[in-house]
Design a protein around this ligand. Structure first.
Ligand code: BGP
Length: 467
């Protein structure tokens, strides 16, 4: 039986917009998602899991179930309703109370500054494609570092990769632009620059806590490893999702291999990037300041050579087989492989997590430590007997924890795991039917019920043995 180390954090993750609800209470400003959900989806973020009012109950559950870490994010627009300028005192008070409750329940708070929810006023003028917004973000970050000194673990951004892809490639995130690879890379770069500036400011302030960034890192494999064209497709797809932002994080520049790939992709698809010398100087200054890397890992993909037109179909309703993903000059995802997948076509491959951790260790030896900041199984849970018999979820988590344990054995520094998600929340582009929580939420009355996975996770956290 595999075991996890003594100081390992057994955590669970949430995000402000997916959990809090109360989207227009107590002076909160609008975010782009408010309008985007109203116009494009069949659900909204109100009341979500009503975490804004029920956080004491959720933190009590953490304590009862031996969960000793929680990822939460601050809603930027609760602090600065317009993104900058006037501070909203009620928002500030809310987060002080929330952090206090974490402390009371002995749950370490890992706090993210930005989890997809740029204030609408800034999103509508270009989000991070607009360089002015980099400065607004850095000012917001500085305000939080100074105000919330009780926070000891900061994350600047959650998933720069999926933000770029969701907003400008798949079009399933606001502003809903599709197939614009120039914007994808420019958004990645500008957000990495904002991250670098924020961690430099944090270190300069001497606050004494840890600061890092959370990247989603899906592993990309060639469909036929013996076919050099499939190998190339996997490499290019990896650059879009992983390597470009990892290089920015830990090399403080983009390697030649990365830029060759980016230039090829932009030659085929059109576009050019604005990457300035002064940007690279800032990235370089920040590259050794990351105290940790958060890895969100859910799936891997198998890539084939492809030369046709770009076409992506997002399977948002959980109809297995409904996904299509092919990018001109990059490659095509092959779903017809002998690997289990979820109803949303996410390929379940725990080995991919091991490979991704070992890749960070090998290619970016200046990483200090890793937390697995998200991993979990989205499912159409069946609620019966006041619980969910979610053995599939337990199996999913168990196998991924075993992969982590193997990576630790092979020399990687991994210090904790945060299951996505603590309680059921809504999924950005898939609604409330795709559940991940350890605790089932009855969205009619907001009652919480432990799933079987919650009891299993408690036992795991107490014994550290992966059974
Ligand atoms: C990550 C996000 C989370 C969460 C999770 C599950 O990308 O950081 O906020 O939503 O994925 O994804 P989904 O909700 O699309 O199933």
């Amino acid at each position: 039986m595999k075991k996890l180390p003594k100081d390992f954090i057994f955590g669970a993750a949430t995000a402000a917009y997916q959990a809090e609800g109360s989207t227009n209470k107590d002076g909160k400003g609008r975010v782009a998602w408010d309008t985007f959900l109203e116009e494009n989806y069949w659900y909204t973020a109100d009341p979500a899991s009503d975490f804004y009012n029920r956080y004491p109950e959720d933190l009590e559950l953490c304590e009862k179930f031996s969960i000793n870490g929680i990822r939460i994010s601050i809603a930027w627009s609760r602090i600065f309703p317009k993104g900058f300028g006037q501070v909203n005192k009620k928002g500030v008070e809310f987060y002080h109370s929330l952090f206090k409750e974490c402390e009371k329940r002995n749950v370490k708070a890992f706090v993210t500054l930005h989890h997809f929810d740029t204030p609408e006023a800034l999103h509508s003028n270009g989000d991070f494609l607009n360089r002015e917004n980099i400065e607004h973000f850095v000012n917001y970050a500085k305000f939080c570092f100074e105000e919330f000194k009780e926070v000891k673990y900061w994350t600047t951004f959650n998933e720069i990769g999926p933000i770029g892809e969701g907003q400008y490639l798949l079009g399933k995130f606001p502003p809903g632009i599709k197939y614009d690879l120039e914007k994808v890379f420019q958004s990645h770069h500008n957000m990495m620059l904002a991250h670098a500036k924020a961690i430099i400011a944090y270190k300069k302030g001497g606050y004494g806590g840890e600061i890092g960034i959370v990247h989603a890192l899906p592993t990309k494999y060639p469909y036929d490893p013996a076919n050099p064209k499939d190998v190339e497709a996997a490499k290019l797809e990896d650059i879009i999702h992983n390597k470009f932002i990892l290089d920015a994080t830990y090399l403080g520049k983009y390697s030649k291999e990365t830029m060759d790939g980016v230039n090829h992709i932009l030659e085929v698809n059109g576009g050019s990037l604005d990457i300035r010398d002064e940007d690279l100087a800032i990235l370089s200054k920040a590259k050794d300041l990351n105290d940790f890397l958060g890895i969100n890992y859910y799936m891997s993909d198998w890539m084939r050579d492809f030369h046709g037109e770009t076409e992506i179909t997002h399977n948002s309703k959980g109809n297995k087989g409904g996904s299509k993903y092919q990018i001109k000059g990059v490659g095509q995802r092959e779903y017809n492989v002998d690997i289990p997948r979820t109803d949303w076509d996410w390929m379940i491959y725990p080995r991919g997590l091991y490979d991704q951790i070992m890749r960070v260790k090998r290619d970016y030896p200046n990483y200090k430590k890793i937390y697995i900041t998200e991993n979990g199984l989205g499912n159409k849970d069946k609620f019966e007997d006041n619980t969910v018999y979610d053995y599939e979820r337990i199996d999913y988590v168990k196998k991924h924890l075993e992969a982590i344990s193997d990576a630790i054995k092979d020399g990687a520094v991994v210090k904790g795991y945060f299951i996505w998600s603590l309680m059921d929340v809504f999924s950005w582009s898939n609604g409330y039917e795709k559940r991940y929580g350890l605790f089932y939420v009855d969205f009619e009355n907001q009652k919480r019920y432990p799933k079987q996975s919650a009891y299993w996770y408690k036992k795991l956290a107490e014994s550290r043995e992966i059974e």
